[in-house]
Design a protein. Structure first.
Length: 281
């Protein structure tokens, strides 16, 4: 059990609106177990997927600032919605004005898109995401930069995050919503051969997604991809790598009730953890 595993300055911050970023944290800790991590879930204000640009930006900035103040030189937005709606503004407008502009914030969308060339044969890409991520067209824009010949079909799944956050991911009722969204995506483009799970909550529905996905379609998960991309980033930025501590610890913070978070996170991570309550905003 990871209890009160307080990490000092030099941890990598991982942020999500709620539990979804734990799927990113797991990927990071599997591939880069040597570093310390602080996970922050803004569960009290989740879901972000239906919120406006301004709100997601403000909430994400508060979380990033909190993790910076806690001593993280580097923060990963383990959330597509925050990556889509807040990352660019934070990188371009807020970071340069902060007292230490050498700290960094990275997201999950670009690393995911970079890998598509190795995976897709038809160049027809499907993206499942929150209404916010899909409406932002962030995937469409990133793909257009790297693979202009590809076709992207985004599809919002507004019920999937609530199913996960309410521990209904394994229930029979969840099958209905998973099957329905997959059918709608493939009705829009039957040539899709690669589907990005563009929301970090969705891997919790993976068993059901696999069950209803047409045969031969590749499902792109972001945990491993984000970890590989971070490893590469740290290789290219030794000045950042040197700022990270190597204690292998992880601290869990939530804006909701700590016991509730700990119970639920333990299901996600299949290991017992103990979280601490914090306040944002
Ligand atoms: N996990 C977040 C993502 O990757 C979204 C969850 C939410 O709607 O808050 O988009």
């Amino acid at each position: 059990m990871e209890t009160e595993n307080k990490v000092g300055k030099g941890a990598i911050g991982v942020f999500d609106s709620g539990y979804g970023g734990l799927t990113i944290l797991e990927g990071l800790r599997r591939q880069l177990p040597q570093y310390d991590y602080i996970y922050l879930g803004d569960n009290a204000r989740a879901p972000y997927g239906v919120r406006s640009f301004e709100i997601v930006y403000r909430f994400t900035l508060e979380a990033v600032q909190y993790l910076f103040d806690a001593g993280c030189p580097l923060v990963i937005l383990g959330c597509n919605t925050a990556s889509a709606k807040a990352l660019r503004s934070i990188q371009q407008n807020d970071l340069p004005k902060m007292e230490d502009p050498s700290r960094r914030v990275l997201g999950v969308i670009r690393p995911t898109v970079e890998r598509l060339g190795e995976i897709s044969r038809t160049g027809h890409i499907g993206v499942f995401g929150t209404p916010g991520t899909i409406a932002s067209q962030s995937y469409d824009m990133e793909v257009a930069k790297l693979y202009p010949e590809y076709t992207v079909t985004g599809h919002a799944c507004p019920m999937w995050v609530p199913l996960v956050e309410n521990r209904e991911a394994a229930s029979a009722g969840a099958d209905y919503f998973v099957k329905q969204e997959i059918e709608r995506l493939f009705a829009a483009d039957p040539q899709i051969d690669t589907v990005i799970l563009g929301c970090t909550h969705y891997p919790l529905l993976l068993n059901k997604i696999r069950r209803y996905m047409p045969k031969g379609v590749e499902i792109v998960l972001q945990g491993e991809i984000t970890a590989t991309s971070l490893a590469d980033y740290l290789n290219r930025h030794p000045e950042m790598e040197r700022r990270l501590t190597r204690g292998g610890g992880c601290e869990y913070l939530t804006t909701e009730n700590a016991e509730r978070f700990s119970g639920m996170a333990s299901v996600f991570l299949s290991t017992e953890i103990s979280a601490r309550h914090i306040q944002l905003g």
